[in-house]
Design a binder for this molecule. Sequence first.
Ligand SMILES: [Ca+2]
Length: 730
Amino acid sequence: MKTCSPPSGRFHARYFAAHWLHGFATLILMTASAGLSISAESNGANSTDRRVPNMVLILADDLGYGSVGCYGADERLIQTPNIDRLAKEGRRFTDANTTSSVCSPTRYSVLTGRYCWRTTLTHEVLGVFSPLHIEPSRLNMASLLKRRGYRTAAIGKWHLGYGDAQGALLFRTDYAAELSPGPLDLGFDYHFAVPANHGDLTGVYVENRFVYGLRSGNIPAGLTLPGPAADDSNFQPTYTADDMENPRAKILDLDAPRRKNKRVMGTLTDKAIAWLGQQSSDQPFFLYFTPVAVHNPITPDDDLAGRSGAGPYGDWIHELDRSTGRILDALDQLDLAQETLVVFTSDNGGVFRPENTASLQTQAYQAGLRVNGSLRGSKHSIWEGGFKVPFLARWPGKIPAGTTCREMVSLVDLLATTAAIVGQPLPAADQAAEDGFNMLPALLGDASANPIRNDLIMHSADGVFAIRRGPWKWIEGIPVDAIKPGARKSRAAEHKAQLYNLDNDPDETQDVSEANPELVLELSSLLARYRDGGYSRELPPVITKAEAPPTILPPPIGTTVMQEPLDALPAAPWTAPRGTWRAQDEAVWGTSQPRDQQPAGLRGPLPITDGTLQYDLCFRQADRHSLRIHTAGNQHSFRVVVSPSLLEITKNPSAGESQDQTLPLARLRLALKRGQWHTLRVTFQGPQVVAQIAGVTAKANHPILGQAKEQMYLLVFEGDAGFRKLTVVQ
Ligand SMILES: [Ca+2]
């Protein structure tokens, strides 16, 4: 049984219930008796209520459970006096959890009170070019607080996408144009951001709806976008491969001021403090401040280099601490600290792979820093090290100072908690904040209200689910089909069902599922019920899911010009120039090793201009299949790429063009089961190509698509895939 330590404050409300709807009336009672004046009546749109607190949410990036002083980091290695100050002046949570062990999904949950796996993002994170992932119509922290009269800002790393998806097409976000919809459409008044990650391939900041200081691009006539002074030393003239987390990525070509990595934390903090300084005392504010530290690349500022005893990673933690201290100092100097709730936490656990001896986290580990404390696992994983994070809350006079709370809470609870703080009833559980509980009683130290939540769902980068209830944690162990072979291998231990008792075994060493079959059944049923029911802050009804009927395409129309059953290795003019090809089970299978530079390839003729090419495709381990088609004379080619999660049509560079002339034409999400056959149909008509598979249709237009075709390549990347029943009609 988890309990909160007794509060040292002066709050004695005994009427809280775990559920917000039930707890709302008692909140009024409690706050009235405590001398607070949260008004239940003033819930009209745009009403300004100065009696509610300002809110500053500091969401660090990849900060592990053991990486700050007040969570046990050795002070000989690192010192975090400013973050520790929040523990002294506020409340420290020992069982606060992120919803995901990676960035974007947790950030979605923080703002919306909803598990991100309920959206289209079912594993990993959003890309740099992903559209805005939060629907503008969805209730979120900013829209709720703006409605209550708050001024609102999102400053720091964003990583929740910009722009719209233009229907189902996942076209790349155009950073040289207006980035709408974006945070300003979610309820934020001001936005200044690193678009995705520290070291991302954009190399720029975004301010409000455009790249900061963009000098040329698709800018409306008459609009000038402000940027830094030409001699601002926080910026640099160029952004190079050395600045990027992934040096092989292609830097986005933008005519705009370039970030200087060592100054990103300083610049973001400057912007946050400047914004705080612009706030008036008669209007409450909400600052969503999201430092890039301590995500890779590790780039502490020059004056911090070498100051920690844990190498550059320790210095980088110092940089996060300094930034936090500057925010707290600014609140002091503006005389706002007393009326401001400050929450400090992290979006997922720390990066920790001791086998990667070159990493700076490993160097810090070798110096003695336990990045995630004693917890198993790290960022990306389904183990506790991926989810359990520092969580500190300070609200002078309201939150009991210097206390510790062992209550199990989640970052998905912040929206419901915010609603409680400002006295805003939440819509029904299936409408908004689907998975969030009001944790205000735990913040205020009201022990009578626990548990805040009975259970908790977590989700790994591979899409593996786990559910906690009481001392138990059950890991379902099923990754999504689309994960890469490398992840399938390196995280194989997470890809099986297992049960742990975290009270006895917080480091997840003993799988006790065999001894507790009834418990496993109970937890797996509960997980399925929450997952299928669409929400978890109430128990949803049991949903019986009907199996979706397979999508059957009508026969292609036209005259058959080619029939290749592919039940044996096809004869000339077919060739197999690369990889291993073999016939099995009335199909042909191509294999390439994950380390191969080249895919396995099978080459055949394609003697049509307009017409239809169709075959069955089955993924085993392969990462993706590419159908590459060359036009007559071999001057041009294009490809239809199918992976278990994506369908793409792309024009390849033509003869004489450089590799960066690759032109994406269409990109859609797919959900293909591995081990099953799916029919891929590609129809050519004039300059249009239509690719269909598993009920998803991608269309692309380009003049070269209308040219006479000559050859096709069936390519298999990183693993094995099968092909059968190939037909061409015209
Ligand atoms: Ca992160």
